[in-house]
Design a protein around this ligand. Structure first.
Ligand code: FES
Length: 117
């Protein structure tokens, strides 16, 4: 018998902080929150937006999210049998669901100024 956990994920848009949505995910000891999010995209809801690149090398820093109220990397945060509440970073513009604009302000400014030239 496979055990499951509940991942509660905030579904937001650029314009509005959305409601939490619960997903039941198969649980395996040692799995990361990112593993669960990838499972959700593959098996339950392909529209869930989450960003990652290196998966678990902790090198890209693109998977930054809030897990149970703490800023962390989804790929290194271990899931427990209690499940987890996953939300986008606080203080960053939300693009969709768990994806936020994580570019430093200086780089965003350069992109805008570069587009105007
Ligand atoms: S996916 Fe690269 S640091 Fe998490």
């Amino acid at each position: 018998m496979t055990s499951t956990v509940t991942l509660s994920v905030r579904r937001s848009t650029e314009d509005a902080s959305g409601a939490m949505q619960d997903f039941t995910v198969p649980f395996a000891e040692g799995m990361s929150v990112l593993d669960a999010l990838i499972w959700i995209r593959a098996h339950a809801d392909p529209t869930l937006a989450v960003r990652y690149s290196c998966i678990n090398a902790n090198a890209c820093k693109e998977c930054s999210v809030m897990v149970d109220g703490e800023v962390t990397y989804a790929c290194t945060a271990r899931l427990t049998t209690k499940g987890a509440k996953v939300e986008p970073l606080i203080g960053k513009p939300v693009i969709r669901d768990l994806v936020t604009d994580i570019l430093p302000t200086k780089e965003r400014l350069s992109a805008v100024l570069g587009a105007q030239r």
